[in-house]
Design a protein around this ligand. Structure first.
Ligand SMILES: [Zn+2]
Length: 374
């Protein structure tokens, strides 16, 4: 990963490059910030630059033997620790058992959430942890001599999900780091990391991406019209994982809008027979599509509530959606908006837990009938 492949963050890149050029790289760094800002990629670009044999002014060369191995995440002096879900493999619940899935999610997705990571591990939903067994692995890897590089780098993704005993072992290593080792901790929730670990790492806050940076990146990745990229970037709110999700959703947006309008009209008119047919149609979709539809509906409900509150400047709607919402928004108010949102989120999690789509959507339609009357 070269710095040029990471979206935005010009000042942070410059800062990281300077620390290497001026020979003041800290042995323990913590990159923290909200989801979808590219923290893992920045860590990788930094580590690649650190070990590049032919550094350029503002980036690694991308061509030396070290860069080539780094770009495939196969350098022998580059180590990873990340949460895994126990029981998904017969091997020990340690990062190395999932290394090929990890390389896949990083190299194919670039920007990914913990949920994307669970999907790559083959679980619909799970509780990932960095287990106690991982600490022996960390110690073993760091006691090895460096194979090829000047610096051995260990990237620890989501240290907030680290088991206490693994954290204690890590603490000892952070207190007396092996020579030539750089730890890069990458966290979405630094306030959930042990204070003793936090205090030993040099912290670097990675801010949300700007709308301009996301617009540009979407244009490059999907080649959509500029105006559409700008609208999507606003919706993404500085999170490129969200931006990618919205793009895949927007391909379905016309259909979702149609289904949303039907649901609201039929529920308002209490057309039970049609609502059963509606539920059958939604129930026949793939789980991913059902979840996307619920996300879409959740957003439409929120937008309509905002419209009802006359906060027009916050709206992100297409002209068709806005047209419908001008008439529909009076029905979404503070007596029903929270419960509607809760019911939709609940349906989302039931679908994630492999519930029966037809029954879940029928249940949603009945709730909507009741809540629209409030
Ligand atoms: Zn290089």
């Amino acid at each position: 990963m070269k710095f040029s492949e990471v979206i935005g963050h010009q000042l942070i890149k410059k800062h990281l490059i300077n620390t290497v050029d001026e020979n003041r790289v800290s042995h323990a760094l913590l990159f923290h910030g909200s989801e979808g800002t590219g923290k893992v990629l920045l860590a990788l670009a930094f580590a690649q630059y650190l070990n590049c044999k032919n550094r350029l002014n503002d980036d690694s060369c991308g061509e030396c033997s070290s860069c080539r191995k780094y770009s495939k995440l196969i350098h022998p002096d580059l180590h990873f620790v990340f949460p895994v879900v126990k029981g998904t493999k017969s091997t020990a619940p340690v990062s190395d058992s999932y290394l090929s899935e990890w390389r896949d999610v990083v190299l194919k997705e670039n920007y990914f959430s913990i949920h994307d990571w669970y999907r790559y591990m083959g679980v619909e939903k799970g509780q990932g942890l960095i287990y106690a067994q991982e600490s022996q692995e960390i110690i073993r890897k760091l006691s090895l001599k460096t194979f090829e590089a000047e610096y051995k780098v260990m990237i620890i993704w989501m240290p907030e999900l680290m088991h206490q005993s693994a954290a204690n072992k890590l603490l000892k290593l952070l207190e007396e780091p092996p020579a030539g080792t750089v730890f890069i901790l990458v966290s979405d929730k630094p306030d959930e990391i042990l204070g003793t670990i936090l205090s030993r790492a040099q912290q670097l806050k990675i801010p949300r991406l700007s709308d301009e940076d996301i617009t540009y990146a979407l244009k490059m990745q999907y080649n959509l019209p500029l105006e559409e990229c700008q609208t999507l970037a606003k919706l993404a709110n500085g999170n490129y994982v969200a931006a990618k999700e919205i793009v895949s959703e927007s391909e379905e947006r016309v259909y979702f809008f149609d289904m949303f309008v039907n649901l609201m009209r039929l529920a308002y008119g209490r057309k039970l027979h049609e609502l059963i047919a509606w539920s059958d149609e939604m129930g026949a979709q793939t789980r991913e599509r059902q979840k996307s539809f619920l996300n879409y509906t959740l957003r439409m409900v929120r937008e309509n509530f905002i419209m009802n509150m006359n906060e027009e400047r916050l709206l992100y709607l297409t002209p068709e959606e806005k047209n419908f919402s001008l008439r529909f928004s009076p029905f979404i108010n503070d007596t029903n908006v929270w419960q509607l949102a809760e019911e939709l989120s609940l349906a989302h999690s039931h679908i994630e837990q492999n519930g029966n789509g037809r029954i879940i959507f029928m249940d949603v339609t009945l709730k909507v009938i009741i809540l629209l009357k409030q």
